[in-house]
Write a protein that binds this ligand. Structure first.
Ligand code: TRP
Length: 464
């Protein structure tokens, strides 16, 4: 495999000649990657799924999926991106010249469109709620009032579109500054803020009378509710949470320095992401139970229950602003990585300059995403496969393209790229003495990871 020898020419220190930008420090790599992983998934999907699927019992299953699949695909993607020096399409073309593997990267670009299509809309609601909580207009202890406020927001086509476009303008604006000054600097600044706000809201929630019930909901192990579906939920969540299966991590991997320890980085990111998810659960459920509300799922938890919960506590509007600001920060880091996949497509595949690529990406998403934004108003009755555009985008990406992408990536690594290449790439050309870690990675990515994904994929498509 002569293309592998090109790894030798990778610069060891930053500042050497290299095609594009790279993250300037290890901390920057960590915050950017963690920024991608931490997102809306942590704030509403994880806590709710954990609470409703058996608490600590679900956590154990989620951890198993994360260790056996999520982290491995993350390591694999980052490794391929760095070795192939480019986005998913470019990297796979470089590592398997003349083969069709680059199509996995192409599918990733489509996934990025699908995920951003609905994600940017939910982020738009979050942005809107920062302002609504500042003005106090959604502060009511009556869930009927907060339901009304949310419904009128999502059923209003103009507001839905405008908030989505604001989100795209903000994230696109950050990406205009590039990888180092845009992604790296933003996540380095914002991730600590997110942690602080989360701790602040968490302490408030935990110190409310009756908070214990929320902790019980979140953590009490209940193995009786575990079914095959629980495993599916946990694996899907682990893909979504770790931003794997669609080339995001390959793109970020191409910005890694050649002396970055990839397995360690991926493990740290997964751990920190889990911590944020648990902290989000601790910030939400004790408060929800303390005021006698029911834990809802998805958007209703975030936009209907939470405002009512905060309205019930002293200084609630301050904490509510803090909560929506932290949620907005989480969504921005995640969206930067999703947009970057499309930006690098225009930039590296079509040869447009970076600024133009960013503008085109945001514009294309404004059009593509508007179908999801209007799913609760103008296009509410337009359904494909029985789903609105919003749900269709979610379904196609989470249930079809991402697991398929993860499967093909692990098959490529384990069966095509092979052990010698993996060893070279993950040991940083022999600089790291991590033979055992690499051996474990190889065993998992070759057999365990793909087998688990196949089971889940067939199950999700109702074939198994
Ligand atoms: N991980 C993010 C979250 O939890 C979402 C996200 C960012 C994502 N990039 C991704 C999901 C790539 C799937 C694929 O909200």
């Amino acid at each position: 495999m002569e293309e592998v020898s090109s790894i030798k020419t990778l610069p060891v220190k930053t500042g050497s000649v290299r095609a594009g930008e790279i993250f300037s420090s290890r901390l920057g790599v960590l915050t950017a990657t963690l920024g991608s992983a931490v997102g809306l998934g942590n704030i509403w999907r994880f806590p709710y799924l954990t609470g409703s699927n058996g608490g600590a019992a679900f956590l154990i299953i989620y951890l198993i999926c994360t260790v056996l699949v999520g982290i491995q695909v993350m390591v694999g993607e980052q490794m391929l991106g760095r070795a192939g020096k480019g986005n998913a399409i470019a990297a796979l073309r470089a590592l398997a010249p003349g083969k069709a593997w680059w199509l996995v990267g192409a599918a990733g670009v489509i996934s990025a469109f699908l995920i951003m299509g609905f994600y940017s809309e939910v982020a738009g609601w979050v942005f809107a709620y920062i302002f609504k909580s500042l003005s106090g207009s959604i502060l009511s202890t009556d869930p009927q009032v907060t339901t009304q406020a949310f419904t009128s927001l999502i059923a209003n086509p103009t507001q839905s579109l405008v908030w989505q476009w604001i989100v795209l303008a903000v994230t696109g604006g950050i990406l205009l500054f590039g990888v180092t000054k845009g992604i790296e600097r933003t996540t380095k600044t914002l991730m600590p803020v997110l942690f602080l706000l989360l701790i602040l809201v968490g302490i408030r929630s935990l110190t409310l009378p009756g908070a214990a019930q929320g902790l019980t909901y979140l953590f009490k192990p209940d193995f009786s509710v575990i079914t095959a579906d629980t495993f599916l939920e946990a694996l899907g969540l682990s893909f979504f949470k770790l931003s794997v299966g669609m080339g995001c991590m390959m793109t970020y991997g191409s910005y890694f320095r050649s002396d970055q320890n990839i397995p360690t980085t991926a493990t740290r990111v997964a751990l920190a992401d889990l911590m944020v998810s648990l902290m989000a659960g601790i910030a939400i459920f004790p408060a929800v139970f303390a005021f006698g509300f029911k834990p809802e799922s998805g958007p209703s938890l975030l936009f209907i229950t939470i405002p009512a919960v905060f309205a019930s506590m002293p200084l609630g509007n301050v904490f509510m602003v803090a909560f929506f600001v932290l949620t907005a920060i989480a969504s921005i880091g995640a969206m930067l990585s999703l947009l970057e996949v499309i930006v690098t497509f225009f930039n590296q595949q079509l040869g447009l300059n970076r600024k133009l690529s960013v503008v085109l990406t945001a514009a294309a998403l404004a059009v593509f995403g508007s179908a999801a934004a209007l799913s609760n108003s103008t296009l509410a009755n337009v359904k494909i496969l029985g789903l609105t555009f919003f749900d269709l985008y979610d379904y196609m990406s989470s249930n079809v393209l991402m697991p398929l992408g993860g499967l093909l990536i692990s098959v490529f690594i384990g069966w095509i790229w092979g052990y010698p290449n993996i060893r070279k790439a993950l040991s940083n050309e022999g600089m790291l003495k991590n033979e055992r870690v690499i051996g474990m990675f190889f065993g998992l990515i070759k057999f365990v990871t793909p087998a688990l994904i196949v089971i889940v994929l067939l199950n999700k498509l109702n074939i198994l």
